[in-house]
Write a protein that binds this ligand. Sequence first.
Ligand code: UT7
Length: 369
Amino acid sequence: MNTPASTGSSTAVIAGIGACLPPRVVDNDTVIARGGLRTDDTWIRDRTGIAHRRHAEPGTSTGDLAVGAGRAALTSAGDLRPDMLLLATSTPDQPCPATAPAVAHRLGLGTIPAFDLVAVCSGFLYGLATATALIRGTACATALVIGADTYTTIVDPTDRETAPIFGDGAGAVLLRPGTPDEPGAVIATDLGADGSGNDLITVPHGGSRHPQHLPPADPAARHFRMQGRTVYAHAVRHMTRSANSALHHAGWATDTVRAFVGHQANQRILDSVADRLGIAPAHRFGNIRDLGNTAAASIPLVLADPAVHQTVAPGARSLLTAFGGGLTWASVALHWPSAAPRTEAPPSDLLRTPDLSRSHPWTASTTTW
Ligand code: UT7
């Protein structure tokens, strides 16, 4: 699905950006020791680009992180309030009901429509594209789009192919109607999926096909599984193709892009995609070294990164692209937002009042790569 460049007077504009990260920083050696993994810090850094990630404390849920990120985005946006909430996640608080209504309730948003969207690591960009279409179509005026995941709750800590890669976190944007010439304006989107690869990234047990109440044939089927090498090839191909499609529909030449943000899956994947697109290193942004792969949260966490925010000029032509389980992929061409990102710590309880004073960088080492 493609949306062409916004030629009319109206599109969705990012008016607020928020992030929520668990405070616990976990280095590679700690992940290795915890799982008894046959690997080392050098392998993980060289093959993935990851040095640290955040792990949520036991008891901290995806919904908790989503509330923190949503609250931070609302603070960033000032007085604006959303009339719809989309939560992109593949690690919901429970199988039923969706996590989004409880997040909306905890944010004090009343009875606005709120729903979960499952496109795994492409989920945030699926949500951004969906909310943009709803705003352009006047189904809603403002929307809060949150990407949140706690992969530590589904990854097998003894699996060396996945345990070092994933971290926990949440990021969010508040969208309002605006014009295509504004900073933060969404210009074009590209979405796609290929279900023939649905078994390449999966938690096999616990759904309607293999119900939770029946014992799995293989106990490992309760955990997240990824066929890394195959996924790697799909990720490079589909992100490159999708990003080019979004650029085409925006009517932008690649060499006019000033900020490229790919899903933070693997530094080598990001380098390959950016090289194939022809994006110069100075225009590539990410934080995989510090946060690892945070699934649906990874792209909004780059948008919300204070160091990135200080580097990219508001209004700069920007290209976001993601790939994930499903298989799914998504890309968005937009003007870099001017909204100042905010960060919140995970809320400690349902009644916690907003702490509007918190706004601190988490990645002093964040760089262009
Ligand atoms: O977020 C959704 C999308 N996710 C992705 O796009 C992730 C895609 N995949 C990847 O990032 C990479 O494929 C991995 C990081 C998972 C693996 O890296 P790789 O360079 O693709 O390794 P590989 O799968 O080609 O495996 C090479 C070797 C294998 O051993 P053999 O079969 O050659 O003996 C693996 O068993 O590396 C082995 N290996 C490891 N060795 C040490 C895999 N993981 C590790 C490890 N430490 N942690």
